[in-house]
Ligand binder design. Structure first.
Ligand code: C5P
Length: 289
């Protein structure tokens, strides 16, 4: 155990719309994000000197500035006025990588949160979210998690009625999809079908898992290159196995299903796990800040 231990929770997108391309090159989105209790464990050990590095059970994760957790630590020291010190950030990864589950983003956000507490820097949640935004589009949500409507690049957030607890089965096929790649093939201004974001918000207010599930929709599924067609077959298998709704999360490649029946979720997990190494059963969770 290091000097600080913190959990970094994954997210799923209950619905995801791409509205248009903005002047700054990013896309304006409208999405309902939801935290789940699948998490990475982060242990931070302080050391002499000023070097900040990352280590992970996944040998291919970057150890230096390419690792968002390292960038988050450096940004924290710069922005908070806390005298910098060296550390090793050990990341036990469980959240699949390049899966659309904010795996890297949530590690960065967790470091910001943990340092703020450890050094008693006194940054408010809003200030942490503003810092987080500098590191990536999904980071602001990951600061506090829960259930939120995210607009703009993802940084304009409104807290929503928490999603009623339900089981989430996640299945990631053995190929990654890069966020930049999928954003480069979507033109939000010509999409024919869009998620009913307002309806999703209302279903949450009514505490209806079935209402949420019926409104799950991710516009990136409509522009998926053929080479990723396995996503469709996973989605069908989730629905056939009793999921109330199934969708790709973010820009993929993970697909998830929502279940209100524990037994059905367990059975589906056992079935998919035979074929896919990266299968996980998780619960939805409320804000952690
Ligand atoms: O912000 P982040 O670094 O996570 O985004 C990765 C890439 O995804 C960006 O460089 C951009 O190409 C694309 N992106 C986008 N619009 C967003 C979020 C991401 O075009 N709202």
């Amino acid at each position: 155990m290091g000097d600080i231990s913190v959990r970094a929770y994954a997210k799923i997108n209950l619905c995801l719309d791409v509205v248009r391309k903005m002047e700054n090159g990013y896309h304006e989105i409208a999405t309902v994000m939801q935290s789940i209790d699948l998490c990475d464990d982060i242990d931070i050990a302080f050391s002499d000197g000023f070097s900040i590095t990352a280590e992970s059970n996944l040998h291919y994760l970057p150890r230096g500035d390419k690792n968002i957790a390292v960038r988050a630590a450096k940004l924290f020291f710069e922005a908070s006025g806390t005298p910098p010190c060296g550390c090793v950030i050990k990341i036990k990864k469980r959240i699949p990588v390049c899966a659309g589950m904010a795996g890297g983003s949530t590690d960065g956000a967790a470091v910001l949160r943990a340092f703020n507490d450890y050094f008693s820097a006194g940054l408010e949640r809003k200030q942490l979210e503003e810092l987080a935004e500098k590191l990536g589009s999904d980071l602001p949500f990951c600061v506090a998690g829960g259930t939120a409507l995210c607009k703009g690049r993802g940084e304009i957030m409104t807290d929503l009625t928490p999603m009623p607890k339900c089981r989430v089965l996640i299945c990631k096929p053995p190929f990654p999809i890069s966020t930049a790649e999928l954003f480069s093939v979507i033109d939000g201004s010509v999409l024919k079908c869009r998620p009913d974001v307002e309806g999703m918000v209302k279903a949450l207010e009514q505490g209806s898992v079935a209402g949420v599930a019926r409104r799950m929709y991710n516009v990136f599924e409509d522009v998926l290159p053929q080479k990723y067609s396995e996503i469709w077959s996973i989605k069908s298998r989730l629905l056939d196995s009793g999921a109330l709704g199934a969708s790709m999360t973010g820009t993929g490649s993970a697909v998830f299903g929502l279940y209100d029946d524990e037994e059905a979720a367990e059975k589906a997990f056992a079935m998919l796990k035979k074929q896919y190494e990266e299968c996980f059963l998780a619960d939805t969770m409320e804000k952690y800040v």
